[in-house]
Design a protein. Sequence first.
Length: 97
Amino acid sequence: MPRHNVYRDGKLHVLAHECETCIFRPATRPVDGRRVAGMVRDTVDTEAATVICHSTLYRDGDNAVCRGWWDRLADRDPILRLAKLMGIVIDDPEPEK
């Protein structure tokens, strides 16, 4: 199992743009909507919990938070709001196909 690390180099890495196949785009998502709902439930009540972008899942040690998740849910978490205020959130480019 790969090790995921969205917190590295003193920064929180978030994908710069929502992927074309983002799980939060119903028409093009690669997983069932019930799975997405489960991921949301698993993260919204846990401080600093995020969903890792599926396009960065298997880049060992070079993952990013899902932009779709970030845009919709990050403001609900006080730790993630603090990361924004501290200026430690960095936009990662979308991985090469």
